[in-house]
Design a protein around this ligand. Structure first.
Ligand SMILES: Cc1cc2nc3c(=O)[nH]c(=O)nc-3n(C[C@H](O)[C@H](O)[C@H](O)COP(=O)(O)OP(=O)(O)OC[C@H]3O[C@@H](n4cnc5c(N)ncnc54)[C@H](O)[C@@H]3O)c2cc1C
Length: 373
């Protein structure tokens, strides 16, 4: 049997000190007593003598069962291994509100869908990621309840935020119908909390999960160095973007500074190298920029609710959509394949041999089992 339970000491050994922690915040969100965060890692506040192990059970990096999770959330298992389970067509979409789009990263679909859900009373709070008040692009979880809140948090922050901590904050504030916007790691952690049989933390109060496409997040110190090389600093930046193979920094003075994204790979957080999920495969709706023209976002509806909300948000005039062309879908698939292929190599190098019945196999040799003739 694969190991699927452990305690905080196991989490430390297997994930935190093993370079796998993605700083999603899920472990500490539901265990404030023992876990705090320091230098983008969970830190034991006091020695944990509990054998409880919710931290271990919820962490997306201790163990994660993609196909079981598909079945539990969507009712069936994916047939598309690159993009995960989804329904209907892949779409390009954008908010109809032009002013909203100006605040947003791409098409403003995420913000528009959140505003629709808030207006309809389907959620009473949305956990989003905004930059700190110090104007330094330090991302922090934020519980948004108004249009102003949602707009203030629009736009991509390319360093990591423990967004799931915002879910705990929303619960503590008494919200009962919460949406979470997150990267694949946040969505996986939240799903594990929702699906846990052993630990009940009220995670069913998270009603809607919007996932971002994600290749990686950057180490903040290394990103600061990149900015220095480009002749700027965090506080002078108006927007970060990644388009057509380039990392683009737009300064508040309107200057555009760019760097090839290939060069930025080295600045990814270590844990991102072991992530196998590009398209936020377990969200209700997944959104990204690849595969859409400027000012639009690519949207994948996965759950029944995701599809229904998308349709209703369009019917209510919050968003407009158009079907992605086969070439656009191919672009999304190409980037998903790139992440999976590159990270599988790293996962294989790091992983212990896998035991299947009596056979011990190194992960890099697994493919030899799928022999045809
Ligand atoms: C770290 C990161 C990496 C990404 N990588 C890719 C990629 O490789 N390919 C691709 O096609 N798209 C990628 N995206 C997604 C893309 O940048 C846009 O976020 C997406 O197209 C949605 O645009 P929008 O205008 O609809 O969103 P908006 O309406 O602007 O809303 C964006 C939402 O994302 C939330 N958010 C911002 N930063 C973070 C963060 N660090 N963690 C959690 N939530 C956050 C905001 O709070 C906001 O609610 C990435 C995004 C991020 C944050």
């Amino acid at each position: 049997m694969a190991k699927t339970s452990g305690n905080l000491a196991d989490l430390e050994a297997e994930v935190i000190y093993n370079g796998l922690c993605c700083y999603c915040g899920t472990c500490g969100a539901f265990c404030k007593e023992y876990i705090a965060f320091e230098n983008e890692l969970p830190k034991t506040k006091q020695k944990c003598y509990e054998i409880c192990g919710a931290c271990y059970a919820f962490c997306p990096r201790t163990f994660f069962a993609p196909f079981q999770t598909d079945r539990a959330i969507f009712g069936e298992v994916r047939t598309d291994n690159l993009l995960g389970y989804y329904q209907g067509e892949i779409l390009s979409a954008r908010a109809t509100d032009v002013a909203l789009r100006e605040h947003a990263q791409d098409g403003g679909v995420i913000s528009a869908v959140l505003l629709y859900l808030l207006k309809e009373g389907e959620i009473d709070a949305a956990v989003v990621t905004r930059t700190g008040k110090e104007d330094n692009w330090q991302p922090e979880p934020f519980v948004a309840t108004t249009k102003e809140d949602v707009l203030a948090a629009a736009g991509s922050k390319y360093t990591q935020c423990p967004a799931v901590l915002g879910v705990a904050e929303a619960f503590e504030a008494g919200y009962q119908k919460v949406a979470l916007v997150g990267l694949p790691c946040h969505i996986e952690g939240m799903r594990k909390a929702q699906l846990s049989e052993a630990f009940k933390v009220g995670a069913e109060r998270v009603k809607f999960l919007i996932g971002l496409f994600c290749t990686e997040t950057f180490d903040r110190t290394l990103l600061a160095q990149t900015l220095k090389e480009l002749g700027t600093t965090f506080d002078a930046v108006a927007k970060f973007n990644i388009r057509r193979g380039r990392f683009i920094v737009t300064t508040k003075e309107g200057k555009e500074l760019t760097m090839p994204i290939k060069k930025m790979r080295a600045f990814a957080r270590e844990a991102c190298n072991y992530c196998y999920d590009f398209a936020s495969e377990f969200a209700d709706l997944s959104v990204g920029s690849i595969g859409s023209e400027d000012g639009w976002s690519t949207v994948i509806a996965r759950s029944d609710m995701g599809k229904d909300v998308l349709d209703r948000a369009e019917a209510a005039g919050f968003i407009e959509t158009k079907r992605s062309t086969p070439e656009q879908v191919a672009e999304v698939r190409k980037l998903a394949a790139f992440k999976k292929r590159e990270n599988w190599k790293r996962i294989s190098e790091k992983a212990e041999p896998i035991r299947i019945m009596n056979l011990l196999v190194e992960p890099e040799h697994l493919e030899h089992f799928f022999c045809s003739d």
